[in-house]
Each structure stands twice: as C-alpha cells, then as structure tokens.
Write a protein that binds this ligand. Structure first.
Ligand code: CTP
Length: 401
C-alpha cells in the first residue's frame, strides 16, 4: 500500500527511521514528510535513503506534480510519528503551512498518530482538547507509553515502539494478500518497429496502466514478471523498486512476444496491456533513409498476435486477460465491439476502455468494463489507473474462484 509517514520535531524521530524501514521491508511504498523541525533530529538524506523516495518539507517543491495534493490523495494510510504537541495542535486546527499540514488536509485515508512529548505537555488541557477533537474526527492514536523521558523525568509521553506502530497501522488497513502465491506475467508500453536506424512506427501508449496492473498485483502478494516496451519516463519506478516485480525491457513486437511467452509459460495469470504494433516494416533499412533517395514506400508485414498465441498455448488453470482500447461513438458501441473482440480473442477476461485524442492515454483517469467468457460484464471500474488495476484484479480473483 501507499503509506505517508509524517515526522514532527521530537527526539523520537530517530525511532521512526525503524518504522519506515519496517514498512519498506514489508513491501509498502513509503513517502516521508518531515516538518522543518524534524530535520534537526534526522536529516533528509536518511529519510530519502531509507524510504527510497525524494523528501521535502515545503509545498513549493515539485509544484508541477501538485505533490502536496497527490501524496494525500494517493495515500492508503497516513502515520504521524512522532506527533508532537505542536503538530497535534496544528492538525486539530487544520493548519496547512507546510507539506505535512497540507497532506493531512488533502487526504481521506485513515490517519494514525503516535504522540511523543513531555508528560506535562501531554496532560495540558490544550493537548487533551486537541486529542479529543482528533479522536472525534476518526484519527487513531497509539501511545504515548509510560516510561523514562528525555531529560530524566518519567511518565506518559514516550512514543510507542516502531514495531507496535507498524502493527497498529496494518490493523487499520489490513494488507491485502489475496493474490499471494500467484505468479503473473504482465506486458505494458508501446512497441516500436524500426524503419531505419533513426525512425520507427510507434503509438501513444505511456505504459502507465500496465505498470499499475503489475504493481497492484505485487502489492496484493503476487510475484510479477513485467515485460515493458517503450514507456514514459518514471512510469516503471514503482515496479523497479518493488521486491516482487521483475522487469524485462523489450523494443519490438517480436521481442515482446518472446519475452511474454517465456514469462507466461508457468504463470497463473497473463495480462496483455501492451499496445503491440500490428505491423512492422518488411525490410528495415540499415542506413538512414534520405530525401535524395526519393519518397519511400513502406511495405508492412503483420506482427504475431501475442495474445492469440497465449490463448493457443494456455496451461490448465491459467487465466488470460486482454485489453482493448477502442474508439466508439457511445457506450453501447464500446460494449458491442468489446464483446466481439473478447470472443474473437478467446480470452477469459477483456478489459475494454474508450480512447480518443484526449482520452485514455497518460497518467490521468481511466475507465474500463471487464467482459468475461460468458459475455457478462464482470466489473466496471473508473478512477485513477491504480484503481482500475485493482478493479481488474478483483475481476481476475472472482473468475479464478
Ligand atoms: N495484442 C497482441 N498482439 C498484437 C496486437 C494486440 O497481443 N499483435 C493484444 C493487446 O496487448 C491487447 C489485445 O491484444 O491485450 C487487443 O489489442 P487490440 O489492438 O485492441 O486488438 P487487435 O487484435 O489489434 O484488434 P484491432 O483490429 O481492433 O486492431
């Protein structure tokens, strides 16, 4: 899952390093948001190294990505550890003067706080009232524990141990492991068919949807082989980091076929998300075509249909899923085209989505209908590409029973 760990400025920040490490080791994508004060205790370098993601405190960094909103909206869970009296007060008042404050306002995910402060501050009526406000809003609280505090005093105020915070976090958002034990092969991206050493026939696929399908399966416990043709920059980042994903890079349809047949041979599920070029140039020129040679005519030959080959070689118990990007005048036409293609391809599931000049490509929202072998609509999912990926896996899990 996608976890945001907010760290505020207390000595217990050093213990949160272990919390972040525990989350990463368990296979979660973790983004750390320290407050400015927290960086006095543990610096950016440590958080970046341990979480394997860039770390900033300000809403003015990475503005193009609208990071302050995206971290909050993508989070499945937000943990604030340590949560100082000041941070709890800011949360209660909804103050958003740094990246952590903004992220907490932008998220609808469950929030877990692990308070840490001196006993006198914890017992102060202001803190008590702030905690009551936060609890009433549904914020979950772990600790603080009773024990020795920095400065020699003793009493309630110690942050809970990282392992206990981790266990409490996973109890709030149970880790989905419904695909554990499965091996899946996924293809993504667009193939490029060379014309000469500098030119190719390609398509607009960014690879985002297939990468999300791979990472969603891995997050849910599957072992994933991702065969990636050309994808936009950064699209494979989460897959490359994931402990249960192996990535194989390919360029052409013929290469993709070889890699995907190998990846699928003993896989439980094969999902063809890649935009495979239907044709390649019959004779690739070994030198750059020049204008002085005259206007070229490109002879095309048909590429192998990888999905059809997967269906032809299907193993017992294997589930094969295709994608179909269709241009259609309306929903009825989209479904009808989808039904015909599902039957023609012989796949167990076909995810059909509408595409157009401004629809279906890149990092934005997507919407698919998932058709099954009895021509029923097994699922209809809309949302960001991760939500679509999870909806697709729900459908796969339901047909596998
Ligand atoms: N596909 C494939 N090999 C190809 C072309 C497509 O494996 N040479 C797969 C895609 O990855 C996708 C599915 O087939 O999962 C449907 O792709 P699409 O391009 O919609 O299908 P086509 O058979 O090419 O149909 P159309 O006539 O609409 O182009």
């Amino acid at each position: 899952m996608f976890v945001v760990v907010g760290v505020s400025g207390g000595i217990a920040a050093y213990k949160s390093v272990q919390l972040v490490r525990g989350l990463v080791t368990a296979g979660h994508e973790v983004h750390v948001i320290p407050t400015e004060d927290a960086l006095r205790f543990v610096g950016t370098t440590t958080w970046e190294a341990i979480s394997r993601h860039p770390v900033t405190t300000s809403v003015h960094d990475d503005v193009a990505d609208v990071r302050h909103v995206s971290l909050g909206t993508r989070a499945d869970l937000v943990i604030v550890a340590p949560a100082t009296a000041n941070t709890l007060a800011r949360m209660a008042a909804g103050i958003a003067d740094d990246l952590l404050g903004v992220t907490l306002l932008a998220t609808t995910a469950p929030v877990l706080v692990a308070p840490a402060m001196h006993t006198a501050m914890w017992e102060h009526p202001a803190t008590r009232e702030n905690m009551a406000v936060l609890r009433a809003r549904g914020v979950q609280v772990i600790g603080p524990e009773d024990g020795p505090l920095t400065g020699g005093d003793s009493g309630p105020g110690r942050m809970s141990e990282p392992d206990d915070i981790l266990a409490a976090a996973l109890a709030i958002v149970p880790d989905r492991t419904d695909l554990a034990g499965l091996t899946v092969a996924v293809s993504t991206g667009g193939t490029r068919e060379p014309i000469d050493p500098v030119r190719f026939l390609g398509n607009r696929s960014s690879g985002t949807q297939g990468a999300e399908v791979a990472v969603a399966a891995a997050d849910r416990g599957a072992h994933v082989r991702l065969v990636a043709a050309y994808v936009d920059e950064g699209v494979l980042a989460a897959a490359l980091r994931h402990p249960r994903v192996t990535v194989v890079r390919v360029a052409t349809a013929v290469e993709l076929r070889t890699a995907m047949l190998a990846a699928s041979a003993d896989a439980d599920v094969a999902v063809m998300v890649a935009a495979v070029a239907d044709y390649r140039v019959a004779e690739v020129s070994d030198h750059k075509l020049r204008k002085e040679d005259g206007t070229p005519t490109l002879d095309l030959v048909t590429n192998p249909d990888v999905l059809a080959e997967l269906v032809a070689q299907r193993q017992v118990g294997q589930t094969i899923v295709g994608f179909a990007a269709e241009t259609a005048a309306d929903d009825a036409e989209l479904r009808e085209r989808g039904r015909r293609k599902r039957a023609r391809k012989g796949v167990d599931l076909l995810a059909v989505n509408a595409v157009g000049w401004d629809q279906g490509f890149g990092a934005g929202e997507n919407a698919v209908i998932v058709l099954d072998a009895s021509d029923g609509v097994r699922a209809e999912v809309a949302g960001d590409k991760r939500a679509v990926a999870d909806g697709l896996w729900d459908a796969v899990a339901s047909v596998r029973g």
